[in-house]
Design a protein around this ligand. Structure first.
Ligand code: NZQ
Ligand code: ZN
Length: 389
């Protein structure tokens, strides 16, 4: 196990009707907030009215900025920065999923920064300050509700890039599993794939002697595998949603990568896909991850066999461990298909041939590599995307 420091400062408020506490939670930070949300699901579900009523009860003024798209855009972020400066906003409340939260984080670090907020996403500058943000989560998926990351798409060139900094941790996140009852099935499945991917990115490591985190990751994966089919069939099953929602947060709050180095190559490749084609992040991962696995499993067949045995309950073929490893990968693919996700680029609607371009962008013009379990150059990324066709 490697040395590590673990500190996740996000306060989690979990359970039924907890969104009604939001005004109280903000009181200590500011009397003026930016209320940030997406395309309108929060209005049709009635959540918007409950949030406004809670803010009013606490005497908190608000300015609204809606319209965050999945794969959130830089242009809206810049609009948000301007609104916050003009209105002297002291707190940002994100009500939605990963896209809204990431957009809120980008606005939060852009407000006190004199340069172009995109600098942070290009690694040209480091985030030192940000406005405080709070979250009401409506979809278990990205884990942004307790991560220090933000992923934004720049429409100029369709670059999707991420940044991480301690200042971006939300001050609090409200997780009410009831808010997920209204999710369309496809979004549920995309969320599940993203959560699985966050776990697998951490699981496939070259760090030795990490039994505790291995087992925590395995049980979190099993929780997703067991409960996602239930919520797909029973959209208002609170108990199953509670498991999925908490698993989504635990998968990405930093605990499960303590003392180990994760991979993150599949995420890097997927960001090129959703950057160019605007597909849902989880759907892109359901396509990329199995292809990545088939490309790299020989790097550590035993680890893939462990994944097959412990997560998918496959009997180990002691005389042919490679067979066990491959069965695990095919179980994962079947799971993605069973919950309604594409597992090939063509099923994702991508028929044209921009694989070379994605491989080029993914390595920043062949100046860097993706991933740690196996370091991927341009040709590797191209080969993985070809396997995913
Ligand atoms: O916009 P509205 O109308 O709200 O509809 C949303 C959106 O269309 C809908 N939705 C959300 N909650 C709903 C609902 N519809 C009905 N009922 C509800 N309760 O779902 C759609 C997808 O929302 P989005 O926020 O895009 O989903 P997700 O949480 O999967 O976020 C994806 C984004 O997060 C980034 C991804 O790259 C992608 O841009 N990620 C962020 C990470 C982070 N910050 O740590 C890590 C992840 O790996 C990921 O990269
Ligand atoms: Zn992800």
């Amino acid at each position: 196990m490697d040395n590590f420091t673990f500190a996740n400062p996000t306060k989690i408020i979990f359970g039924k009707e907890t969104e009604n506490q939001v005004g109280k939670e903000i009181e200590g930070y500011s009397k003026k907030v930016l209320l940030h949300y997406g395309g309108g699901s929060i209005k049709t579900t009635g959540l918007y009215d409950r949030v406004i009523s809670s803010l009013k009860k606490s005497g908190i003024e608000y300015v609204e900025l809606s319209g965050v798209k999945p794969n959130p855009r830089l242009s809206l972020v810049k609009e948000g920065i301007k609104i916050c400066r003009e209105n002297n906003i002291g707190f940002i409340l994100a009500v939605g999923g990963g896209s809204v939260i990431d957009s809120a984080k980008a606005i939060a670090c852009g407000v006190p920064y004199e340069g172009d907020v995109w600098d942070f996403y290009l690694g040209k500058n480091i985030i030192k300050k940000a406005l405080p943000i709070g979250v009401i989560l409506t979809i278990p998926a990205a884990g942004s509700e307790s991560s220090k990351n933000s992923v934004i798409t720049n429409e100029d060139g369709w670059y999707k890039r991420g940044v991480g900094a301690p200042a971006l941790y939300p001050k609090f996140s409200i997780l009410n599993p009831e808010l997920a009852f209204t999710l369309p099935k496809y979004q549920v499945a995309c969320g599940a794939a993203d959560i699985m991917a966050h776990l697998m990115e951490r699981y496939f490591t070259n760090t030795r002697n990490v039994e505790l985190t291995d087992r925590l990751i395995e049980s979190t994966m099993k929780t997703i595998i067991n409960n996602v089919p239930t919520v797909l069939n029973q959209h208002d099953n609170y108990d199953a949603w509670a498991e999925v929602m908490w698993a989504g947060t635990v998968a990405h709050n930093g605990l499960l990568n303590t003392g180990r180095v994760g991979d993150w190559g599949s995420h890097g490749i997927e960001h090129e896909l959703s950057g160019i084609y605007d597909v849902a992040h989880g759907a892109g991962l359901a396509v990329v991850f199995p292809a990545w696995m088939k490309y790299v499993y020989k790097n550590d067949v035993n680890r893939f066999a462990q994944f097959a045995v412990r997560v998918w309950n496959i009997d180990n073929s002691f005389w042919d461990v490679e067979r066990t490893a491959l069965e695990g990968i095919s179980k994962l693919e079947n799971f993605f298909r069973r919950i309604g996700l594409p597992t090939t680029l063509s099923e994702l609607g991508i028929e044209d041939d921009r694989l070379e371009e994605m491989a080029y962008k993914g390595t920043n013009g062949e100046t860097s590599t993706l991933g740690n379990f196996v370091k991927l150059g341009k040709e590797d990324i191209f080969n993985i995307l070809t396997l995913a066709k």
